[in-house]
Design a protein around this ligand. Structure first.
Ligand SMILES: Cc1cc2nc3c(=O)[nH]c(=O)nc-3n(C[C@H](O)[C@H](O)[C@H](O)COP(=O)(O)O)c2cc1C
Length: 195
């Protein structure tokens, strides 16, 4: 199996709960699946700038260019691990920009004869590790567009198996988060064993 692990925070490992959870998840996954390859993609080290007019022209009119290449590359994996903090009720723009590069008509989805979009990725699965500074109980959960957005757009391209782990209240309850973090990592490792 080929696994792609996407990290989308600019923070260094030691200052990021999300990155430390990703690290624990990947280490545990590798331990349990030594024959698999896990490629790391840090969106702040590998830049995906906002789509240019040229990117769009090439992809949509000529079926080539960076979007097509990135979408093909993304499609070549079997499993994905995605880590992202909530930023301004959504995801960091680096992750949104990456998504804009890989959701490409004719590569990762297509419109069928009656104009309904159909995802072209089959038998793939995602594990999403999300972090949030605050808590979003119902009804404020209705304004949280991080995990729900990523889940829906990946379903749009055909990825139906989506599991998530959320660490919330990080900035609202910093002491509680720090005190429980070893236990949190254990829970993350347990998910990794079942992924
Ligand atoms: C630019 C920015 C915007 C943020 N917006 C939100 C937000 O809308 N809601 C929220 O709960 N936390 C917000 N946060 C807090 C982060 O979600 C939180 O600090 C982060 O998920 C912690 O994970 P980390 O340790 O991996 O960075 C924001 C943080 C930054 C830097």
């Amino acid at each position: 199996m080929k696994v792609l692990c996407i990290e989308s925070t600019p923070k260094p490992l030691e200052r990021s709960y999300g990155r430390r959870m990703i690290k624990a998840f990947v280490e545990e996954y590798k331990k349990n699946n030594p024959e698999d390859t896990v490629d790391m993609l840090n969106l702040y080290e590998n830049h995906y700038p906002p789509l240019s007019s040229e990117d769009i022209e090439e992809a949509l009119n000529e079926g080539r260019g960076r979007m097509v290449e990135e979408a093909e590359k993304f499609k070549s994996y079997d499993k994905y691990i995605i880590g992202a903090p909530m930023w301004n009720l959504g995801i960091p723009s680096a992750l949104k920009s990456y998504i804009d590069h890989i959701v490409v008509s004719g590569v990762t989805f297509r419109y069928n004869k009656v104009g309904i979009p159909t995802g072209l990725l089959k038998n793939k699965s995602i594990f999403y590790i999300g972090t949030r500074g605050g808590y979003y109980p119902f009804p404020v959960s209705l304004f949280a567009h991080d995990i729900s957005y990523v889940k829906f757009i990946l379903k749009f391209i055909g990825i139906k198996k989506f599991k998530e782990f959320l660490l919330d209240g990080i900035d609202q309850s910093p002491e509680r988060t720090a005190r429980r973090f070893e236990k949190t990592l254990e829970r993350v490792r347990s998910h990794a064993r079942r992924f």
